[in-house]
Design a binder for this molecule. Structure first.
Ligand code: PLP
Length: 409
């Protein structure tokens, strides 16, 4: 008799879906999980019932109308369905034999996206941390770079990649808004990879992308703002990116994908890929990049783009940008508040003019609506437009209430 736990079980899966739709109780109401490995299992449906209040009930609500704090978006349900398919067929993209179609799907979705960046090809990785590492690895192999220069507001993964690769790290000064000061660039960049950020993590600033091509290798870390290239309206924010040697994009940020989903794109992909490829006796195709066995994150991404098209994808990103612009207007028009800078890529950074009140105002806002960031040693409130369902009117009302309470106290 076949083990039924490995078979298609519509009733069991329907139960899992019912839990997904119905569980709202937080983890505090749930039975605690065993502290040690259970000797005897409780069975599949009982395990789901036991876990749902933790995994679903205890989760941060990233798609809630109040969520506007982080670069983590809600995901469209087509990605839930295709992630289930992925888990079920469990393809391994390391081997053509264990992923006869999934490898082509990844190639297809890369082919769809590269023209937006004028890149030649690339591959998927679990995040832009890995995309940045992969890019700088290729830079070291292809261009012989020995150092990495980047704005000090670049993501920590850039310094981390330099460290792993044994490259000298040269952080450079940035403007208060977060963008690299171009005049601070070293004159001789013949042995240096220059990393420009398109959408810094703290403030969403875009470095001057006309600097692409100034160094032996230019990598654009577009982890956050890369998807603006899908939008006719906002693509020009990243003008110049087409002259980069490599581009990192986190699809699990502004392409609304489940983690872990990101892309590393190369202008000369054949050259870059061959520089970071390894063969092995048991491999039918060379292993390109950092990962060994890995799954088909391309399937939910391709499914989303198939369902929405460029236009539908851009519509969601444009909606987020419009929300950020409205929030910036709201802050600018309030006499008690100060805006750091006009938002370039959907990240809005602001605080009370009495800066000492920042933490208290933050604490008075709905949970999950704002985050905090520290710039030049000072605290600021930060919002990130990753949620197209964010309700700005309710946020404005909550902000007004919070300011009134602070003013009265
Ligand atoms: C989020 C982010 C990263 C890291 O990407 P992960 O997908 O979290 O690994 C790198 N650079 C920037 C600018 C980011 O915002």
């Amino acid at each position: 008799m076949a083990d039924a736990d490995f078979s298609f079980d519509l009733a069991g899966l329907s139960h899992a879906l019912e839990l997904l739709g119905a569980v709202t109780e937080g983890a505090e109401a749930a039975l605690p999980l065993p502290s040690t490995l259970p000797e005897v299992g409780c069975g599949t449906c009982a395990a789901l019932d036991r876990l749902a209040p933790h995994v679903i009930g205890g989760a941060a609500r990233l798609g809630e109308a109040t969520a506007f704090a982080h670069m983590d978006p809600p995901t469209p349900w087509i990605t839930w369905a295709t992630t289930l398919w992925n888990a079920s067929v469990n393809q391994n993209l390391l081997h053509p034999a264990t992923a006869p179609v999934a490898r082509d799907i990844e190639q297809r979705v890369i082919d769809w996206i590269v023209p937006l960046f004028a890149m030649g090809g690339g591959h998927m990785v679990p995040g832009s941390t890995l995309a940045n590492l992969t890019a700088l690895w290729a830079a070291r192999e292809c261009a012989g770079v020995q150092a990495v220069a980047y704005g000090e507001s670049a993501h920590l993964s850039v310094g981390k990649a330099a460290h792993i690769l044994g490259l000298a790290a040269h952080p450079l000064p940035c403007r208060p808004s977060g963008a690299l000061v171009p005049e601070a660039l070293p004159v001789d960049l013949r042995r240096t990879a220059l990393v420009l950020t398109a959408g810094t993590t703290s403030t969403g600033a875009v470095d001057d992308l006309s600097l692409c091509g100034r160094a032996a290798w230019t990598h654009v870390d577009a982890a956050w703002a890369g998807p603006l290239r899908f939008s006719h309206r906002h693509a020009p924010v990243l003008a110049g990116i087409e002259r980069a040697d490599s581009v990192a994009i986190s699809a699990h940020k502004w392409l609304f994908q489940p983690k872990e989903s990101a892309l590393i794109l190369f202008r000369d992909a054949a050259r870059a890929h061959s520089a970071i490829a390894f063969g092995g006796a048991y491999l039918a195709a060379p292993n390109v990049g950092v990962l060994g066995s890995h799954g088909a994150a391309a399937v939910p991404l391709l499914a989303t783009l198939l369902a929405w098209g460029r236009e539908g994808t851009a519509a969601r990103i444009d909606a987020c940008m419009a929300l950020a612009a409205r929030l910036a207007d709201l802050v600018s028009s309030c006499a008690q508040l100060e805006l750091l800078a006009p938002p370039q890529t959907g990240v809005v950074v602001w605080r009370p003019k009495s800066a000492a009140l920042t933490d208290r105002l933050f604490a008075a806002m709905p949970a999950g609506s704002c985050s905090l960031t520290t710039l030049a040693g000072e605290r600021w409130i930060r919002n990130v437009a990753a949620n197209p369902n964010f309700a700005i009117a309710a946020f404005a009302a909550a902000l007004e209430d919070a300011l009134r309470t602070l003013g009265a106290s």
